[in-house]
Design a protein around this ligand. Sequence first.
Ligand code: SAM
Length: 136
Amino acid sequence: MDKEIIFKPIGHIESEFQDREEIPKQSVLTKDKVAKIILNEELLDGIYGLKEGDDIMILFYFHQSEDFKLKFNHHSGEVRGVFNTRSPNRPNGIGISIVNIKKINRNLIYFSGVDMVSGTPVLDIKPYIPELNTSN
Ligand SMILES: C[S@@+](CC[C@H](N)C(=O)[O-])C[C@H]1O[C@@H](n2cnc3c(N)ncnc32)[C@H](O)[C@@H]1O
C-alpha cells in the first residue's frame, strides 16, 4: 500500500508557544497552560456533546518537524527507533496529545496540557476514555 493519503485539517491550535524549542516535551507538563483549538466553522456540529472537564485526544500534524532518523540518540540517553519515541520528527509527522477541556465557546475549544506550537494543524479530535485503552 504505497498510496498517498491526503488530510484536510479540521482546524488549528492557537497557543502561547510561537517557538517549538520553548515547549515542554509532553502535555502532562503543561497542565497549567491553556490553549485553544479553532475548529473550522462548518464542523461545529461535530463537537456536539463535548463539554468542560472532558479529556480528549488531539491528533495533529507536526508542521514544523525536521527530517527524521529511523534510529537516534533519544534524550533518555538510550538509542531508540523512531517508533519507540514520541519525537516530532517522524515519517508521517502525526502527534497525539491527551488534554482536558476547560471551556467551549462555539468553535473555540479551550484546553489545558498544550505541547503544540501555535498554528499546528489539527487532524482529528476523539474523546479519551481510559477504559477503552487496554494493553491486553
Ligand atoms: C515530544 S512531542 C510530543 C507531542 C505529542 N504529545 C505526542 O506524543 O505525539 C512535543 C514536542 O514537539 C514539538 N512540537 C510541537 N508542535 C510542533 C509542530 N507543529 N511541529 C514540529 N514540532 C512541534 C515541541 O518541541 C514539543 O516539545
